[in-house]
Design a protein around this ligand. Structure first.
Ligand code: NAP
Length: 278
């Protein structure tokens, strides 16, 4: 999802030659594949978006740490050796239950296998590649309308023809547009302010408020009923709050992202009426 939007965005910018390698062409856990890809491309920057997601990590911690921790270690070492900058994509799901926006200087609280594996990936990148950007993202949406992880499109389709849908009112996060993340990555490239950044559209909401905003942007009048997240059992013990804010973007002179509801409206306008959406 993120890689799709990143590729499109960077291809639209002058001065970039983009090589986007899907999993079928590059396994980030395979040292030889990573080293030979970097050898062949001579990249100045490598962006690692590969990941195993939350519930799959709980089901298979071995795979979680292989892809989310050891993979970034391999990529970071190869980048350091070839003099490339590495951008490692991490997550905002590293904090606790207290409902407030977490900045880059908050201590982490690693409750899920996903959080532990992504944080271990961050640590390897810090350790093995001096010139690195680590970006912790909010609740991400974007990619094509057929992308299986596109939360915005999924909620729209789920609501079609229904008068009521239910959504959790006790989970909080910062909905984040992948296209805005791509812009921020590009802005960070203009600096040499390597380090850790929280990258999320400004503000935050509950899942139910997010779904309400999605349906309203599509012009649906479906009611969104607030319910407790225990009605959506998950393998992982997800923290109640994944809202993010950034101090470091400001310090680096990089614009913060637009408020989440503005970014969401803009995104929905851009896909409304697309063939195959409904
Ligand atoms: N989605 C969110 O809400 C969210 C929030 C915060 C941070 N993030 C982070 O953002 C990044 C991008 O996530 P996304 O939502 O765009 O997820 P996505 O669409 O699932 O992209 C992740 C990609 O990684 C690939 N992959 C898995 N194992 C791999 C391996 N060993 N080698 C190479 N590629 C591999 C997957 O391939 P397959 O499809 O073939 O498995 C998938 O295409 C991830 O680092 C994620 O942790 C996501």
């Amino acid at each position: 999802m993120l890689a799709t939007d990143l590729e499109a965005y960077l291809r639209s910018k002058a001065g970039y030659h983009v090589v986007a390698l899907p999993r079928a062409r590059l396994n980030v856990c395979d040292v030889r594949e990573v080293e030979s890809a970097i050898e062949a491309c001579h990249p100045s920057v490598v962006i690692n978006t590969a990941a195993v997601h939350v519930d799959d990590c709980e089901a298979s911690p071995d795979d979680a740490f292989r892809v989310n921790a050891w993979g970034p270690r391999i990529v970071a070492r190869a980048c350091e050796r070839r003099g490339a900058v590495v951008v490692q994509i991490s997550t905002g799901g590293l904090f606790g239950d207290e409902v407030r926006a977490y900045d880059e200087y908050e201590p982490v609280s690693l409750r899920t296998a996903y959080a532990r594996s992504k944080y271990a990936g961050e640590e390897y990148v810090r350790q093995f590649c001096e010139r690195h950007f680590i970006l912790r993202l909010g609740w991400l949406y974007g990619g094509g309308i057929t992308h299986r992880k596109n939360f915005v499109v999924a909620r729209y389709r789920e609501a079609l023809g229904k008068s009521v849908v239910k959504s959790a009112c006790d989970k909080h996060g910062s909905p984040t547009c992948a296209r805005d993340v791509a812009t921020t990555i590009h802005n960070l490239f203009e600096t040499d302010a390597y380090g850790l950044y929280h990258v999320a559209n400004e503000g935050g909401c509950t899942r139910a408020e997010y779904v309400r905003a999605i349906l309203s942007a599509f012009g649906l009048d479906t009611t969104v009923e607030d319910i407790d997240s225990s009605h959506f059992p998950r393998k992982a013990n997800i923290p109640d709050c994944e809202m993010l804010t950034s101090f470091n973007l400001g310090y680096a002179g990089v614009p913060r992202l637009a408020p989440w509801n503005e970014a969401l409206s803009r995104y929905v306008e851009s896909i409304k009426g697309a063939e195959g959406l409904a």
